[in-house]
Design a binder for this molecule. Structure first.
Ligand code: GLP
Length: 242
């Protein structure tokens, strides 16, 4: 069952997501936060930083687990998700560096890095998982066709996803990595609460398929139909096909 919230614009969407995040963080001292990259959560991250600065909301006892990371980019690359998270969130709040978990996209043994990440993740229960959605219905980097039972694994990125993400690489698709390490769909489903943020008309079809389409591995996000606590926060454009 989806709890769907539709708001006029990105700022209002971000405020709704932030409200839920703050409830979780202030409601539990050692909250475990599942975090996402992409442009969708950035507005919420800005509000978390502003609230931390003005109200002192603290993340010092939180643990964070990110969803995914490109394979082959060093952490220091300006488009690695490690850099993205530090620039857009971690540098502005007080979460200790040792509490932050992001898959290691530059590990020598990529398969082992997946196993290690899933092992660490399984020691905890994610209290709130933030998600965006790809225009092809992917969540994290679980592309269409990815098994619902998947745990952290290596994924070949589709042409569509690399095209969508080329805007972060000066528009040059050849610069976008071809592989990523991603939490699997089963890993994501273990979170107690999920908040999915989607804005813009290019997400409308994926949002429709997630909520009303058949539950099928060709729309990875449709697995969320089976989760007990999913809030989907949309602007009017992303909700236009519902
Ligand atoms: C990437 C990320 C996803 C994200 C998606 C949508 O592929 N791996 O986690 O949800 O992009 O990104 P955006 O929010 O920028 O539209």
């Amino acid at each position: 069952m989806f709890n769907t919230i539709i708001r006029k614009n990105y700022d209002e969407v971000s405020s709704e997501a932030f409200k839920i995040m703050k409830e979780v963080v202030t409601g539990k001292k050692n909250a475990v936060l599942g975090l996402a990259t992409g442009s969708s959560p950035v507005g919420m991250y800005k509000k978390m930083i502003a609230d931390h600065n003005s109200n002192g909301t603290s993340y010092k006892d939180c643990l964070t687990f990110n969803l995914d990371e490109y394979v082959g980019l060093p952490k220091s690359h300006d488009q690695s998700y490690y850099t993205f998270m530090h620039e857009n969130l971690f540098s502005g709040i007080d979460v200790p560096e040792e509490n932050i978990h992001i898959p290691d996209g530059s590990a020598a043994d990529e398969k082992q890095a997946c196993i290690d990440y899933e092992t660490e993740l399984k020691k905890h229960t994610v209290d709130i998982q933030i998600l965006g959605i790809g225009s092809d219905g992917h969540i994290a980097f679980n592309e269409p066709g990815c098994p619902f039972a998947s745990e952290t694994h290596l994924m070949d990125l589709t042409e569509q996803t690399r095209k969508d993400n080329a805007r972060f690489f000066d528009g040059d698709i050849d610069e976008v990595p071809t592989k990523a390490i991603t939490q699997g769909l089963a890993s994501i489903m273990r979170a107690s609460k999920i908040v999915l943020i989607a804005t813009g008309a290019n997400k409308a079809e994926a949002v429709y398929n997630m909520i009303h389409g058949p539950k099928t591995e060709s729309c990875p996000a449709s697995i969320l139909q089976d989760h007990k606590d999913v809030t989907v926060i949309l602007d009017e454009a992303a909700a236009s096909k519902l």
